[in-house]
Design a protein around this ligand. Structure first.
Ligand SMILES: [Zn+2]
Length: 274
């Protein structure tokens, strides 16, 4: 028996992967963390799950964004299992799903599930779940990267954490929900909680360590400064200036569309733009 439960990351072929989900393999079963976005990737994750030959025990959600719950229907399949998140995550998903349908259907077509499955089991902050040798503890963060976020700690020594999107591993970030103040505060709260050798399994890229909090904080601050200092008398030019500044900070186009989707909403929230 291994010292720790095995963590499998999906999609298995990781080149150019958009978003991660995980299966934690315990002695007698599998606990999923998140569910990917697309039909084909979540179906492939389901096939891999079946190939491991152990039952799915539960699904845990790290936050309310559709790239993490959209694949639930395929992942869960015919299993009747608890899909667990704080009530705030559940309420946000139920509230925002019709809007996500409008945004994602044109972008992803049939790859965005026709019938979505929602979390069905609320959990309170700090509550613990035991699955054989795997002990999970949820952190109810409230608004952060998404309107409601809930990282999960694996193990009593708090050295393995499914952080969701609190840290993006050197990829462009989504700030369009506008909770950056809470996000920055949560970065400090999480930084203080975990040891320097903690392993963070994140929603995009990774795994990373606590040093990645610095990169994430700077990304958020650079983005806010780029939006604030752009000349919003011309929206197109302002948008381009923010993109240029962010690509200077991170010379990559990975998830650039998430950053671009955030520019106008953040400008509006700051009282800039139209
Ligand atoms: Zn995400």
């Amino acid at each position: 028996m291994p010292d720790r439960p095995t963590v499998h990351r999906f999609p298995a072929k990781h080149r150019g992967a958009f978003v991660n989900a995980y299966l934690v393999e315990t002695e007698s079963g599998l606990v999923a963390v998140d569910a990917l976005l697309t039909f084909s990737e979540s179906r492939a994750m389901r096939h891999a799950l079946e190939g491991l030959g152990k039952p799915l025990l539960a699904v845990l959600l790290t936050h309310s964004h559709p790239d993490h719950y959209g694949g639930l229907t395929e992942l869960v399949g015919p299993d009747e299992v608890p899909i667990i998140a704080p009530q705030g995550v559940i309420d946000t998903i139920v509230r925002d799903d019709p809007l996500k349908e409008q945004i994602l259907r044109p972008m992803f077509g049939d790859q965005w599930a026709a019938e979505r499955t929602f979390p069905n089991t609320p959990i309170a902050d700090g509550e613990r779940l035991d699955f054989d040798d795997a002990v999970f503890t949820v952190i109810d963060l409230g608004p952060s990267e998404s309107p409601y976020d809930s990282p999960w700690i694996l193990g009593r020594d708090e050295r393995i954490v499914f952080l969701g999107d609190q840290i993006y591993d050197h990829k462009h970030c989504f700030l369009g929900d506008g909770f950056w103040e809470q996000w920055l505060a949560n970065i400090e709260k999480l930084r203080a909680r975990f040891p320097s050798d903690a392993v963070f399994h994140v929603g995009h890229g990774g795994p990373v360590g606590p040093d990645a909090f610095d990169w994430q904080r700077s990304y958020i601050e650079t983005f806010l400064d780029a939006v604030s200092s752009a000349d919003w008398s011309n929206q197109e030019h302002a948008h381009a200036a923010v993109v240029a500044r962010m690509k200077e900070y991170l010379p990559s186009d990975e998830l650039q569309f998430l950053m671009e989707l955030s520019i106008e909403p953040v400008a509006a929230q700051l009282g800039l733009g139209k």
